[in-house]
Design a protein around this ligand. Structure first.
Ligand code: XMP
Length: 515
């Protein structure tokens, strides 16, 4: 039996994925489609509820994105959020105008507990507001369900037609009872039964893999990242003995190659670890330009991958199936219909067109990252692998500014390992991503009675929720100075390190990685 599903129609709001995740956290399946999705397609999906996202436009502008009025006439409950609320009101004959006072941030509001959205909640609530337009006249049949000091219609409802809307964002943490409001919409309005849970999902995925693949063999490009690792563990469970995971090792952090290998040692798959560090060094000799480095690394990955795939073809005959750890945000970002193409934004720059694979196995393509991590935990992958911070496809190569060398790889790995150890011990708020960078600058230092001329290491630690924007992490000076002292004293490789600096730039204008 398929799960009940909620359809999220996207009008360009930055929180669409957050809405989808909140719904899933309430044990109801959700999917996101463009706001322009046809009414026939919506009927086909048969959602138990529809949520209209926010968006940056003004509904009364000529080219603003709209949906057809029929969305509100299907008899399916609708919840409009921010722009979605305004769109619903405007489409059904209400009036939307610029606010006299725009509202941004956490805002006090009075809600009507008779409205099912607010069932069980006090009348005084806080909602995250972010709007410059508001509803000045309600459509026929609607009532006000919440107001703030300046916004007369912070929530609205038409009980008869089961149409609801909030000007504030219930999906964000800054609306403290937001999840309860979404839960109320799902369970009190849409009659959800809560049939979406990850244990069932992984069982179903395993079945689907078996049905798709039968007795054939499958190749997986394993980067050691969360997505491909969970994909490997799931496939190993589904088709023991038929999976060949190719792990190209050479630009990983300290000990990481061994950790990845250990994680897959006792699983029923053919784990092929290819030592490619020397090959990367040869290919990158004399290359300093970041984009060129990335391209060469991508190409090298592909060549190693092809060579291994070819060896396998000799033994097992032609292997049709290629598995990838594509997840739902990848699918959303690359447009809805991606099923026939090999992932174009693959970690290492795309897979070669001339490979003989004709079918993709992408068991995680409906899941969000936190769901993928949860499945990884169910499948007993080591915590370090499941909770791993993001790591760029080109690995530590983009954390060594300029030309690579064996010495530089060793220095950056040691410095990074020290930084990681110290951050892991830190009990305050941990950064979302943190690493060491080997700059191409040398500086003078004193070691004992001698002058040293050694490398400068930069530490990068950031806080972010989406990695699109980031601020530097305000790690305590005591921690930073301990890391600096340990790096300068303990990294005794080649020229060594004479100085450690901390990167305090935000993204934008900087990026998270240095290259
Ligand atoms: P930037 O440096 O663009 O990085 O601010 C944003 C996030 O993406 C990661 N990153 C990559 N991930 N392949 C990846 O899979 C790559 O080539 C790549 N480059 C950067 C980076 O670590 C950060 O989390």
């Amino acid at each position: 039996m398929p799960n009940q599903s909620v359809l999220i129609l996207d009008f360009g709001g930055q929180y669409k994925e957050l809405i989808a995740r909140r719904v899933r956290e309430c044990h109801v399946h959700s999917q996101i489609l463009p706001g322009s999705t046809s009414i026939e397609k919506i009927r086909e999906i048969h959602p138990i509820g529809i949520i209209l996202t926010g968006g940056p436009d003004s509904v009364y502008r000529e080219d603003a994105p709209h949906c057809t009025r029929a969305v509100f006439e299907l008899g399916i409950p609708v919840l409009g959020i921010c722009y979605g609320l305004q769109l619903m009101a405007y489409t059904l004959g209400g009036n939307v105008e610029p606010c006299t006072v725009s509202e941004y941030g956490r805002t006090a509001m009075q809600v009507d507990p008779a409205c099912p959205l607010f069932s069980g909640l006090d009348a005084a609530q806080i909602g995250l507001m972010s709007h410059t337009d508001q509803i000045s006249a309600l459509p026929e049949g609607f009532n006000c369900a919440a107001h703030t000091d300046t916004c007369p219609n912070a929530a609205i409802w038409d009980e008869t037609h089961r149409l609801y809307g909030t000007q504030f964002h219930p999906e964000v943490e800054n609306t403290p009872n937001g999840t309860q409001i979404i839960h109320n919409f799902l369970y009190l309005v849409c009659a959800a039964v809560g049939d979406y849970n990850l244990l069932d999902i992984s069982q179903r995925l395993i079945q689907e893999i078996r049905t798709q693949v039968g007795s054939e063999h499958v190749i997986l490009g394993l980067s050691g990242g969360v997505d491909s690792s969970v994909c490997a563990a799931l496939l190993a469970r589904a088709i023991p003995g038929q999976l060949h995971a190719i792990f190209v090792d050479g630009l990983m952090r300290k000990d990481e190659g061994d950790e990845v290998e250990a994680a897959f040692q006792n699983r029923k798959l053919d784990f092929i670890r290819v030592q490619a560090q020397d090959r990367f060094l040869t290919q990158l000799s004399g290359v300093t330009e970041p984009e060129r480095k990335r391209k060469i690394i991508g190409e090298t990955f592909i060549r190693v991958f092809e060579e291994e795939a070819k060896k396998l073809r000799e033994k097992y005959g032609r292997i049709r199936f290629l598995a990838q750890g594509t997840i739902y945000p990848d699918v959303i970002e690359s447009g809805a219909n991606h099923s026939a193409n090999i992932k174009s934004h693959h970690n290492v720059g795309g897979l070669p067109k001339d490979m003989e694979f004709t079918a993709l196995v992408e068991p995680l393509r409906g899941l969000f990252k936190d769901e993928v991590r949860a499945i990884g935990r169910q499948l007993k992958l080591p915590k370090a692998l499941v909770d791993r911070q993001p790591f760029p496809g080109p690995g530590v190569a983009v954390r060594i500014i300029g030309e690579l060398s064996e010495e530089k790889l060793a220095i950056v790995r040691e410095a990074d390992a020290i930084f990681r150890q110290e951050v892991q011990k830190y009990r305050g708020r941990k950064p979302d991503q943190y690493f060491a960078v080997l700059t191409d600058t040398k500086s003078v230092g004193v070691v004992g009675d001698f002058r040293a001329y050694s490398y400068v290491i930069a530490l990068r630690a950031i806080q972010t929720s989406d990695f699109m924007t980031a601020v530097y992490s305000p790690l305590p000076h005591s921690l930073l100075s301990r890391v600096a002292s340990r790096i300068v004293n303990e990294v005794k490789i080649g020229a060594g390190v004479s100085r450690v600096v901390y990167d305090i730039t935000s993204k934008p204008p900087a990026t998270i990685e240095w290259e």
